[in-house]
Design a protein around this ligand. Structure first.
Ligand SMILES: [Zn+2]
Length: 181
């Protein structure tokens, strides 16, 4: 009897945890993982590549990674900077945060051949959800960058401009607990 109750409870706990995970990861395909604990944003299509975005306090970090299930692989880009135009819910005007190439020297990256970018803005501290746009030279051609934070952007799951509802309480804390690299 007691055993049954415990078993049922753990089933419920599993179901709740599962729901939280699928909300946090916009891309639910197996093996389609964010390597740095951020959210994956497809670059045009999922097969092409992704920008993984994580916000920690005032700092926004972005990593360019591969397409499909190859999201653990860094993709280097030549741009030294990326200007992101960020739209916050309810804000009258978009804001801009400039991300600068932040080379992973252990991987022999350098500015102009770099997969990691970072920038800071005080208003990011209170930004729980936002959309952002920018331009990037990815795989040798200029491409549009579209970010939906914290749910991630997946063109196969077009939600009609309301992706921000996906923000779950506690999602931020879970992300902050990830190790830095
Ligand atoms: Zn994807």
């Amino acid at each position: 009897m007691i055993r049954t109750v415990v078993w049922l409870r753990s089933l419920v706990a599993l179901a709740v945890a599962g729901a939280a995970v699928s909300r946090a990861a916009a891309d639910a395909e197996p093996g389609h993982k964010a390597a740095h604990g951020g959210c994956l944003n497809a670059l045009g299509t999922c097969e092409n590549g992704h920008a993984e975005v994580r916000v920690d306090g005032a700092r926004l970090e972005l990593w360019f990674v591969g397409g499909g299930t190859d999201t653990q692989r860094a993709v280097r880009i030549p741009d030294p900077q990326i200007a992101l135009t960020v739209t916050l819910p309810g804000a009258p005007e978009p804001r801009v945060v400039v991300l600068t190439a932040t080379p992973n020297e252990l991987a022999e990256e350098k500015t102009g051949d770099c997969s990691h970018f970072a920038g800071e803005a005080e208003w990011l501290r209170t930004a729980r959800t936002f959309t952002a746009q920018g331009k990037v030279t990815f795989r040798g051609r200029p491409q549009d960058l579209r970010i939906e934070y914290p749910g991630g952007y997946d063109p196969d799951e077009e939600t009609g401009g309301e992706p921000l509802k996906a923000a779950a309480p506690g999602g931020q804390g879970a992300k902050a607990a990830e190790p830095a690299r």
